[in-house]
Design a protein around this ligand. Structure first.
Ligand code: PLP
Length: 357
């Protein structure tokens, strides 16, 4: 690392105020944040400082034109209390894919990974102790240049904040296959973790909730037929002993959990097909009794088992047992806490920062 990360510690830690047994999901934040500014064509002044409000000009371009992207990753605890990151270089790569699509500057992968490591090193006491919990990291970048007009901004901020996350309950989810609204079209921003993608998903998700579902199952933009993915998860179908997951065709977010699960399923001897799959095909498999398990994959929940899929007036109900989904969830969890061997070199240990200065 050519650039030294400057560290300013808080003198007033909020750690004592948090009860790890009842963490309000997404609402608690740690003491510090990593910040780096993009100005004059270069990333400058990387620093870790007490988390506080960021002054924002009302003409900051992200607020008007939406140049804003993010990532999601988790730090867990392994043997000897060592904090661990899971494939952080993959998040760094994907962050730059998102940045490129939105006309934003790339950030050196080493700086992205170093930022994640150092903030986790400082905040390791915030990693909740219970099984299944983790420290959620939210790296993000947005255009902070004050300017009214349509062009790429010239100044940006890259920030990493952290939020302790308790164990997710393994409640099964109900999906609603959406036939009116879409998430992504060919040539759009579906492959980027762009803030605007989620803004456009809010109304359809609220509609699905009003119908008694948890999340939207997105279908393709042209024919409303091909399955893409779920809210913030990729999707897998177990059909007649084999797995099928939609091929990443430019409109689907390339999930790191998706990639890891494909590898783990193959390790266990399963065939995994990455191909187009239509909602009618899924309904057909269900009617033939061949649809065995359906689950979503994503960093936040790892594996979310699906209980039912609604499509127009039909409801596809899944079998109540999900042995492979359960096994995948357990395997991922055990790799992330070093209870199982990390055969693929996915786990990166983090050095705990000394309490100085
Ligand atoms: C983040 C995300 C995923 C899951 O990606 P992971 O790398 O597995 O966390 C899937 N779909 C969408 C739309 C996402 O935003």
């Amino acid at each position: 690392m050519e650039q030294q990360i400057k560290i300013t510690r808080t003198s007033n830690s909020k750690l004592k105020d948090i009860d790890f047994s009842t963490i309000p999901l997404g609402k608690a934040f740690t003491d510090h944040m990593f910040v780096c500014d993009y100005e004059d064509g270069a990333w400058q002044n990387p620093r870790i400082e007490p988390l506080e409000l960021i002054p924002t000009h009302p003409a900051a371009m992200a607020l008007h034109y939406g140049q804003a992207i993010f990532e999601g990753m988790k730090a867990t605890v392994g043997n000897n209390n060592t904090p661990l990151l899971f494939r952080p270089e993959q998040n760094a790569k994907r962050f730059n894919v998102s940045a490129a699509r939105l006309g934003m500057p790339s950030i050196p992968e080493e700086l992205f990974v170093e930022a994640a490591k150092q903030i986790v090193g400082i905040e390791q006491a915030w990693i909740p102790p219970q099984e299944g919990s983790a420290l959620y990291l939210r790296p993000f970048m947005y255009a902070d240049e004050p300017f009214i007009g349509m062009r790429a901004a010239t100044s940006y901020k890259f920030i990493v904040i952290c939020s302790p996350a308790g164990p997710f309950f393994t409640k099964k989810i109900r999906l609603y296959a959406e036939t009116e609204y879409i998430r992504a079209a060919d040539g759009g921003t579906g492959e980027a973790k762009a803030a605007g993608n989620y803004a456009a998903a809010i109304l359809p998700t609220e509609n699905a909730k009003a119908k008694g579902y948890d999340q939207v199952l997105w279908l393709d933009a042209n024919e409303h037929k091909y399955i893409q993915e779920v809210g913030t998860m990729n999707i897998f179908f177990k059909v007649d002993g084999k797995f099928i997951t939609p091929r990443t065709d430019g409109s689907i977010l390339k999930g790191i959990t998706r990639d890891s699960v494909i590898t783990l399923l193959k390790d266990k001897g399963f065939e995994v097909q990455e191909r187009s799959i239509t909602i009618d095909e899924v309904i057909g498999y269900s009617k033939e009794g061949k649809l065995e398990e359906v689950f979503g994959t994503g960093t936040a929940v790892a594996i979310a088992m699906v209980e039912a899929i609604g499509y127009k007036e039909e409801v596809i109900t899944l079998p109540t047992t999900n042995p492979v989904s359960q096994d995948m969830k357990k395997t991922l969890d055990e790799i992330k806490t070093q209870k199982q061997e990390d055969k693929h070199g996915w786990i990166i240990p983090v050095e705990v920062a000394e309490k100085v200065g």
